[in-house]
Design a protein around this ligand. Structure first.
Ligand code: SF4
Ligand code: SF4
Length: 304
């Protein structure tokens, strides 16, 4: 599990001593300084994660139980971060994008969580010779359920604290449009979405993109993201980067890991080829998750 010190580091609070309520409860978002609110939020995140009841999975072949997700890195962006306007450009996300205040007019902050997939699952997926395997199918396959339980616990905490929140990806108006594009002379697809966890994670200082198009954080790329908008003014996390691909060393390891040849250093991941390959893996009792470009690479669990 992530230590309190690591939580604080990621939340941009450095080595400031903790002085939160023993239960991690923030009674109100008003009349407090930003850092106090950040500390209270981090305490709530830590508490909710540590109390998750079902963050493990039985691998039926091996007959072992392994954890699904590790404790999250947490990043914060101001709802007024100017990056959010740039996401409207066609070459970034496109016109579908809606900035935080378009979802929630009283928005003050965006909070983003990166949960590393557990080392037990990553190690098995890395070592497997086959594209799909039970650790990835059952372990990674359960992450949505764990995320839902975490979000449910955290929103209950926020409710208790009188903090209002909005989760765009759970809203019925959340949209994903697909547009055919050409990339390096090949057919590709561009997803124009009304909210993007990867992009808001970049704005919230959690990391930058890689050639494989996953987010590379201080804990690597082998993880999953969630985000929410709050009406609570928090201290933004300093990003420490300026280039959207700064954390990628362009080593080409993910290119070599992809069984579909869908990644090139010049044109990055071809999402159409990736999707077609993943679909071909699906079979009875096999959801066909690939994700080989997340493991066995220098950015799997660290920033290279
Ligand atoms: S494996 Fe290398 S090229 Fe691929 S995303 Fe990671 S750092 Fe970048
Ligand atoms: S998910 Fe699989 S097919 Fe898609 S880019 Fe990664 S390794 Fe290639």
């Amino acid at each position: 599990m992530l230590s309190r010190r690591q939580f604080l580091k990621v939340a941009g609070l450095g080595s400031i001593a903790l002085a939160v309520h023993p239960l991690g409860i923030l009674t109100s978002c008003t009349n407090r300084k930003g850092n106090e609110k950040n500390r209270a939020l981090i305490a709530s995140v830590e508490k909710v994660f540590s109390q998750l009841e079902d963050n493990s999975v039985l691998l039926p072949g091996e007959q072992v139980v392994v954890p699904v997700l590790d404790a999250p890195l947490v990043g914060v962006a101001s709802a007024d971060n100017p990056l959010f306007e740039t996401f409207r450009r066609d070459e970034v996300i496109g016109s579908q994008w809606r900035a935080p205040k378009e979802w929630m007019p009283e928005a003050k902050s965006v909070v983003v969580f990166f949960f590393p997939v557990s080392g037990e699952i990553l190690a098995r997926h890395r070592a497997a010779k086959t594209p799909t395997n039970e650790a990835w199918n059952y372990g990674y396959g359960k992450h949505g359920k764990v995320l839902d339980a975490f979000i449910s616990g955290l929103t209950a905490e926020l409710d208790n604290q009188g903090i209002r929140y909005f989760i765009p990806t759970k809203d019925p108006s959340f949209k994903i449009e697909q547009h055919p594009v050409m990339s390096g002379g090949k057919e590709d697809v561009h997803y124009s979405t009304s909210w993007s966890n990867r992009h808001v994670a970049f704005a919230a200082g959690l990391g930058t993109f890689g050639v494989h198009r996953h987010l590379i954080t201080d804990k690597g790329c082998g993880g999953v993201l969630a985000s929410m908008i709050l009406d609570c003014e928090l201290e933004p996390t300093p990003s420490g980067y300026t280039d959207p691909y700064e954390n990628c060393i362009h080593c080409g390891a993910c290119v070599n890991r992809c069984p579909a040849g869908a990644i090139t250093l010049e044109n990055f991941r071809n999402l159409k080829e990736c999707r077609t390959y993943a679909s071909s893996l699906r079979a009875e009792n096999d959801p066909g998750y690939c994700g080989k470009c997340l493991v066995g690479i220098p950015c799997e669990f660290v920033k290279p």
